[in-house]
Design a protein around this ligand. Structure first.
Ligand SMILES: [Fe+2]
Ligand SMILES: [Fe+2]
Length: 224
């Protein structure tokens, strides 16, 4: 079943992204869509997330650290690509700063950064990355970008609907970075072939990404 969309606050558009400009629905149903995502987050996910802020915060910390890891992994996989390192090194640093910020909030609240079972989302997206080069590079950038775009969309939702002022501030501060990170991965992807090919592959991966979120996972997670 196609998930119901939930209202999303105005969102910045990463540079160079196809259809990146946000659109606003009629006033009766003010919905701003993150257009490079094939489907918006469901109201069921938002309800679950708002009802379980603690595990979501722990998962958020893990996600920030993983995002830094993805950028570092790409730097190690393509060690001679100076242009890649020039954008992914600061991105990785920024993700670690986000991790530290979430970690500090967890500590202030006396919440342990315990391990959490991972939803299928990350592994299922990784499985879509083609194994041969140069397709592997393109898919890796696009998948990383889609995860950033989804993070941006969900942080915008939480910043708007969360009633906890500290959490609202956290999400509001971080969401613009995640949109920018999509832009970074999009610029890397654009180098990998004709624009039409890159856009077509983004469309395929975005559809798969949305399909993975069609069923709500039993546990609240940032990407489930
Ligand atoms: Fe981040
Ligand atoms: Fe990010």
């Amino acid at each position: 079943m196609k998930p119901a969309a939930v209202p999303l606050g105005p969102a910045g558009a990463p540079p160079g992204a196809p259809g990146a400009a946000a659109s606003v629905a009629p006033p009766a149903a003010p919905i701003t869509r993150v257009k490079w995502l094939a489907a918006p987050t469901s109201s069921a996910w938002l309800e679950q997330a708002l009802a379980h802020p603690e595990p979501l915060l722990i998962d958020h910390a893990h996600c920030e650290r993983k995002a830094a890891g993805v950028a570092l992994q790409l730097m190690f996989r393509y060690p001679s690509d100076g242009a890649l390192a020039a954008v992914l090194s600061p991105l990785a640093r920024e993700e670690l700063e986000h991790f530290e910020r979430v970690q500090a909030l967890l500590e202030r609240r006396g919440i342990a950064l315990r391990p959490l079972a991972a939803p299928p989302y990350g592994a299922a997206l990784a499985a879509l990355v083609r194994r041969r080069e140069p397709q592997r590079r393109l898919d890796s950038f696009l998948v990383a970008g889609l995860i950033e775009a989804r993070s941006h969309e969900r942080m915008a939702l939480l910043a708007r609907h969360c009633t906890d002022p500290d959490l609202r501030a956290l999400y509001a501060d971080l969401l613009a970075s995640e949109a920018r990170h999509f832009g970074v991965y999009w610029v890397l992807a654009e180098r990998e072939g004709p624009r039409a090919t890159v856009v077509e592959r983004l469309g395929e991966l975005a559809a798969a990404e949305a399909a993975l979120l069609a069923e709500l996972w039993q546990e609240p997670r940032f990407h489930s």
